[in-house]
Design a protein. Structure first.
Length: 114
């Protein structure tokens, strides 16, 4: 099983990034997928979740209206489009897959700074 996140980097406040998570080794289309993040000195927090079919999406209050989670099951990939980024969005972002098993990616760093 692998979850590989890409797309992180350094961006100025107000900018945008799109994270991708490519999955392999399990039946992606049957798993709920989420993005979590962890800032230095803080606990890991849930950012967004999308149902296996893509019809159900939930967001943390801190990112509602700015972030969008989506998935393409034919590509075994989940995305996180992040707009209007703020310095407080700086964190390592992790991809997470859950059904009766749960899997984590290795994370990708997002830094929002001028």
């Amino acid at each position: 099983v692998q979850l590989v996140e890409t797309g992180g980097g350094l961006v100025q406040p107000g900018g945008s990034l799109r994270l991708s998570c490519a999955a392999s080794g399990f039946i992606f289309s049957t798993y709920e997928m989420s993005w979590y993040r962890q800032a230095p000195g803080k606990e890991r927090e849930l950012v967004a979740t999308i149902g296996s079919g893509g019809g159900t999406r939930n967001y943390a209050d801190s990112v509602k209206g700015r972030f969008t989670i989506s998935r393409v099951n034919a590509k075994n990939t989940v995305y996180l489009q992040m707009n209007s980024l703020k310095p407080e969005d700086t964190a390592v972002y992790y991809c997470y897959a859950r059904k009766w098993m749960a899997y984590w990616g290795q994370g990708t760093q997002v830094t929002v700074s001028s």
